[in-house]
Ligand binder design. Structure first.
Ligand code: 5AD
Ligand code: SF4
Length: 454
């Protein structure tokens, strides 16, 4: 295969930030083979669908997307079509069977083997269709190239993957496999690298990121708190975030880190899923509603301006109106800055899929609407309280309107302000003028920021 040919790579990504991170790494690993990213599958030499299996209809969505891409392959016979990610992991052979025009199906742990897979699929000695859903004994992190391109100043760094918690509704332990933490040195090297390439903010990623237990340079096991303290030492790095966490892994050292490290942003996504102890038990969450409240209290004692978000599932099997009321009560007690809520969907292969006492669809719909109304009200109130405050905003992209910049507040709110492009990728003080449902608007505060020639 020619190494320098200019080939077009189209990657479509669904799901979580881990998947976005993985898509970037796939692009990195394919770049030396001559692939450059493009925005459309038309004319692409390779199309990768990086899929998510967390909720229902995931497989259907993949097949309907494949159906849309197929005609492009009819006009461009050499186009490689690949399905990656968690649907690939879960459905493997079935995808090849049902979609004979798909060339490659591979799971999240195999991306470092991409060059080999592409070589087999494009085969100088005949083409092969690939299914690779192994959990290789070596870690992909040892083989993936270093992050090549920081798009903007807000970067992501995957430090942990997989999950051993086995919540009864969740496919992650099956699709992403057992929990694995990268070593501290690897993480620090990559963080240094990102900062050198212009990152001002790093979000540490993992399916269960606060279960991080990486090997430290001294041979001992480091937890996430200790890792964040070390990352915070990097000059030029101004903001640190981490996601997604499990309440059971919110240890005292990590809570203290929220008190001690001002680079750690005052926003935490800490999913609770339900406020009912009975449902939490059925979900195998291994904590109660009050355990969660106590953790939130400790976090807020450590960092009084901490804003929280969560994930919720309504309509889990057996959920009664009383159980649901407990969820609403927890939401009122905690007070969220934002939150995601989902209607339960049974995922094949999970214990939840065999549970009885299913909640009727219309009941679950109605609960979801009530929960979302409460969450929206809290989010709106949280944003409205920002009006009048001057806050540092990291502008990492342009807004939709001309002359407009879009950035993030410390509390993870989207902030729009008018300003020149040269303020992109900088942290600038903004006086918030108004808080809306999903964003804030503001005025760039310092005349210095506006007049400075960079
Ligand atoms: N049904 C509905 N929501 C789910 N989630 C995970 N699995 C399911 C499921 N089977 C939600 C959880 C999780 C988020 C990423 O997706 O709330 O925190
Ligand atoms: Fe899924 Fe639970 Fe693991 Fe989160 S902690 S990835 S919800 S099994």
């Amino acid at each position: 295969m020619s190494q320098n040919a200019n080939k077009k790579l189209y990657i479509k990504t669904w799901g979580c930030q881990m998947n976005s991170y993985d898509s970037n790494r796939m692009a990195d690993i394919l770049r030396p083979l001559g692939y450059k990213c493009v925005d459309s599958p038309v004319d692409a030499d390779m199309v990768i669908l990086n899929t998510c299996h967390i909720r229902e209809k995931a497989t259907d969505k993949v097949f309907s997307d494949l159906g849309r891409i197929r005609p492009h392959k009819d006009t461009n016979k050499d186009m490689l079509i690949a399905v990656a990610g968690c649907v690939a992991q879960a459905e493997g052979d079935y995808i090849l069977e049902r979609a004979p025009y798909v060339d490659m199906v591979f799971g999240p742990q195999t991306y470092h083997e991409l060059p080999e897979m592409v070589a087999k699929a494009t085969g100088a000695y005949g083409k092969n269709r690939i299914v690779n859903t192994d959990f290789p004994s070596e870690s992909k992190f040892d083989f993936l190239p270093e992050e090549q391109n920081v798009q903007g100043a807000a970067a992501f760094l995957s430090i942990q993957e997989g999950c051993d918690k086995f919540c009864t509704f969740c496919v992650v332990p099956y699709t992403r496999g057992a929990e694995y933490s990268r070593s501290v040195n690897e993480v620090l090297n990559e963080a240094h690298n990102l900062v050198q390439r212009g990152a001002k903010e790093i979000t540490l990623l993992g399916q269960n990121v606060n279960a991080f237990h990486g090997e430290g340079p001294d041979g001992t096991v480091w937890g996430l708190g200790r890792l964040i303290r070390a990352v915070a030492e990097i000059d030029g790095l101004e903001r640190i975030r981490y996601t997604t966490s499990h309440p059971r892994d919110m240890d005292d050292d990590l809570i203290d880190t929220h008190r001690d490290i001002h680079k750690l942003m005052p926003f935490l996504h800490l999913p609770v899923q339900s406020g009912s102890d009975g449902i939490l038990e059925a979900m195998n969450r291994k904590h109660t509603g009050d355990d969660y409240r106590r953790i939130v209290d400790k976090l807020r004692a450590a960092r009084p301006d901490l804003a929280l978000s969560s994930d919720f599932i309504v309509g889990f099997p057996g959920e009664t109106e009383e159980d649901f009321q407990e969820t609403l009560r927890l939401v009122r007690d905690v007070g969220y800055a934002s939150a995601y809520s989902f209607k339960y969907s049974a995922r094949p292969g999970t214990p939840g899929a065999n549970m009885k006492n299913l909640v009727r669809d219309n009941v679950a719909d109605e609960r979801l609407a009530r929960l979302q109304a409460l969450i929206n009200e809290q989010q709106r109130a949280f944003n409205a309280r920002s009006a009048g405050i001057v806050m540092p905003v990291l502008f990492d992209r342009k807004g939709k309107k001309s002359g407009q910049l879009l950035g993030r507040s410390p509390w993870n709110q989207s902030v729009y302000a008018n300003g020149p492009d040269r303020l992109l990728n900088q942290i600038i003080d903004v006086k918030v003028t108004e808080g809306f449902d999903n964003s804030l608007t503001g005025i760039i505060e310092t005349s210095e920021a506006l007049s400075k020639t960079v």
